[in-house]
Design a protein around this ligand. Structure first.
Ligand code: ACO
Length: 329
């Protein structure tokens, strides 16, 4: 929410990403399951994705992205007092990916924890870090989205195994004084929602206290699609209403990268011009909580996102969970 008195803002100081070396194209998948490049591109926009190597874990991907974000910010690990990792594919049931990254970076102060909101994990983590930073309790946060969804895929289910990929992205948020208007840099507004009644539409069919196995991702694709556009546009409208902005004011729309058709339909419904939409799903597939920081990284590195730009991020995922955050870069 905005007010017109001085207040702390969570300002983006650094951004980094990491993709595993192995690229898997649709042509590669044609050799593994009965599918076609044409079907995948037409239905989803995905052309290729990255898969982690054997032994390469979510925390390893997250650490690489975190180090890149720290270098970009010109900061040392010791400058960080909060780490939040959005992930649904942790290395172990416990300890958290966040504490493993904390240790790998040699950080012993502050606090690190995981946040599980599936594909909305990064938006939830940004919103959560923003609460810590703007309360004054913490100074600098590493907010990471890191996933190895390839490990959850059922290679006998062609309706899901072609959609996902692995990767990680991270931002450094720093508490800085702002004027309390939307001219401030930083997170201006965030809006989170969930509705557990939708569990069966997108879930993993295994777990510690049920099957004692990891399980496989299951999805009723049509049902997810049917709900996705309405849910994400709702939380984006909430952000517009809270800040007195509209689609015209945005410089960049950086949605969760699940499916080209969901992205295009959401942008159209919100009157966001196509040239403002950042799309990376063709190169990364759906990397769940990692997709937004990966997309931010691509658009910042190619010169599109610049300091002062108004950037809307949004996601929807299993649960269902969904959310948005409006950020002045
Ligand atoms: N290759 C070739 N054919 C396929 C494949 C495949 N990989 N998968 C399914 N098909 C076939 C089906 O068997 C079916 O054939 P039939 O008509 O002979 O029975 C046909 O294609 C249509 O199948 P549908 O499942 O009805 O395909 P649909 O048009 O709904 O597209 C898709 C499926 C792409 C999954 C779509 O529903 C979708 O995009 N849903 C949203 C999913 C999503 O984005 N989820 C992620 C959001 S949340 C999160 O990120 C975790």
């Amino acid at each position: 929410m905005t007010s017109e008195s001085p207040r702390l803002r969570s300002v983006v100081r650094g951004l980094g990403a990491y993709l595993p070396e192995r690229t898997v194209t649709n042509a590669d998948l044609e050799k593994m399951v009965e599918t076609s490049d044409e079907w995948i591109v037409q239905r989803t926009g995905i052309r290729e994705r990255h898969f982690a190597a054997d032994g390469e874990t979510t925390s390893m991907l997250g650490e690489r992205a975190a180090r890149a974000a720290l270098a970009d910010a010109g900061l040392e690990p010791g400058d960080i007092d909060l780490i939040i990792v959005g992930t649904s594919t942790p290395d172990y049931t416990f300890p958290s990916v966040a504490t493993q990254i904390q240790a790998a970076l040699g950080i012993t102060a502050g606090v690190a924890f995981d946040l599980q909101a599936v594909c909305s994990g990064f938006v939830f983590a940004v919103a959560t870090a923003d609460k810590f930073l703007t309360s004054g309790s913490h100074k600098r946060a590493l907010v990471i989205g890191a996933e190895t969804f390839s490990r959850l895929l059922d290679w006998n289910d062609r309706t899901t195994c072609v959609l996902f990929g692995d990767g990680a992205g991270a931002i450094v948020l720093e508490a800085q004084p702002g004027g309390g208007t939307i001219a401030d840099r930083g997170v201006l507004s965030s809006h989170l929602r969930s509705d557990g009644r939708h569990r069966a539409k997108l879930y993993v069919d295994g777990g510690v206290s049920t099957t004692r196995t990891v399980g496989h991702l299951r999805m009723e694709g049509k049902e997810v699609f049917r709900h996705a556009v309405g849910m994400v546009t709702d939380v984006i409208k909430d952000a517009f209403a809270a800040t007195g902005t509209s689609g015209d004011d945005l410089d960049w729309f950086v949605p969760h990268q699940a499916n080209r058709r969901i992205i295009d339909a959401s942008a159209e419904k919100l009157n966001i011009a196509p040239q403002k939409v950042v799309t990376t799903v063709h190169r990364h597939g759906n990397t769940s909580a990692a997709s937004i920081p990966l997309a931010l990284s691509v658009a910042r590195d190619d010169g599109r996102i610049k300091p002062g730009d108004l950037v809307m991020i949004e996601a929807m995922g299993g649960g269902f969970t969904w959310g948005s955050a409006l950020i002045r870069w």
